[in-house]
Ligand binder design. Structure first.
Ligand code: ADP
Ligand code: MG
Length: 298
């Protein structure tokens, strides 16, 4: 499957330009859409899912414009919205059975089969008779994913599925997505670099409605090759260093504080002549902070 996003613009009432000429290509595998809050991720996903009209530009799937083929697109689509309501007094099984009815699966036996399969794939079988209202955040997200895969979608869109979860639940969601990614396209949006690191085959970075990067892990890492350093500093020096260098991480060390920076070696020497920097392997976090022009130190 090939999804082409062509010059997409979305201006909301009030003049906010949530998408500002977005161009992207999404192929098979897990596509990680990374960006801070307000960068336009949800807007983009809703347009791909045909739930929102763009102001201009187009999205096509295998050459078919999604606006003209709305019902075909919806048939191949599973969607987990960023915010979704569950019915707290239904059990997991009742909820999925109800959702399957909404997908027009009228045959009871067939419904039972796909609900059981969805529960199985999302590791919820043991919770099938528990009321949804008693679920943890992670269980709710897994149920949301179970709902989104009821119709065996060829395209699965999940909008910030790990946000607000504790680390253990986050890891479960990641491994679930990695498993589901085998035989379909998954578009995963997140503001958490580690989500992308864990599961995405290719990456798009959005910032203020514009594409800042599209490519693979390796390509994103290569953008800062030879420019990542770890430096031991005195606490008092931090403020001064932060004015001169882009800091992407701060750690406590035996002597005081260690920082990670992204800088060309010439920049490094010029700004901190007395300091010994150790070159380190770049991480996606370094590359992302660098791309955003931000800093890990406020
Ligand atoms: P993200 O999902 O990356 O946080 P969104 O797509 O939700 O980004 O939002 C992008 C921008 O559009 C933000 O500035 C947001 O405030 C604005 N926005 C989103 N939805 C609406 C809406 N329904 N009406 C007006 N502005 C909106
Ligand atoms: Mg969002």
């Amino acid at each position: 499957m090939q999804i082409v996003i062509d010059h997409l613009v979305k201006t909301y009432e009030g003049g906010i330009r949530a998408l500002d000429g977005v161009q992207m290509q999404i192929g098979d595998g897990v596509f990680g859409l990374l960006g801070p809050n307000g960068s336009g991720k949800t807007t983009l996903m809703r347009i791909i899912a045909t739930l929102l009209e763009p102001t201009s530009g187009a999205v096509s799937i295998d050459g078919n414009d999604v606006r003209r083929r709305q019902s075909d697109v919806r048939k191949l689509l599973g969607y987990l919205p960023q915010e979704f309501g569950l019915y707290p007094s239904l059990t997991a099984w009742e909820f999925l059975d109800y959702m399957a009815l909404l997908y027009n699966v009228e045959d009871t036996r067939q419904r039972e089969r796909i609900v059981n399969e969805s529960l199985e794939r999302t590791n919820l079988t043991h919770l099938r008779d528990r009321k949804v209202g008693t679920f943890s955040g992670g269980m709710k997200q897994r149920l949301g994913i179970a709902q989104a895969i009821l119709n065996s979608p060829k395209l699965l869109i999940v909008d910030e599925p790990t946000s607000g979860l504790d680390p253990e639940e986050r890891i479960r969601i990641r491994s679930l997505l990695a498993e589901l990614g085998g035989d379909r396209v998954i578009i995963l949006s997140t503001h958490i670099v580690a989500d992308i690191e864990a599961v995405a085959d290719s990456i798009g970075v959005l910032h203020l409605g514009k594409v800042k990067f599209q490519g693979t892990h390796e390509e994103l890492l290569r953008s800062i090759a030879g420019k990542t350093w770890q430096i031991e500093v005195e606490r008092e020096e931090l403020r001064q260093i932060k004015e001169k260098l882009q800091i992407t991480g701060v750690f406590r060390s035996i002597g005081g504080v260690e920082i990670r920076v992204v800088a060309a070696s010439s920049e490094l020497g010029g700004s901190l002549p007395h300091i010994r920097a150790r070159q380190v392997e770049p991480t996606l976090e370094d590359a992302y902070i660098h791309l955003m022009g931000g800093s890990a130190v406020g």
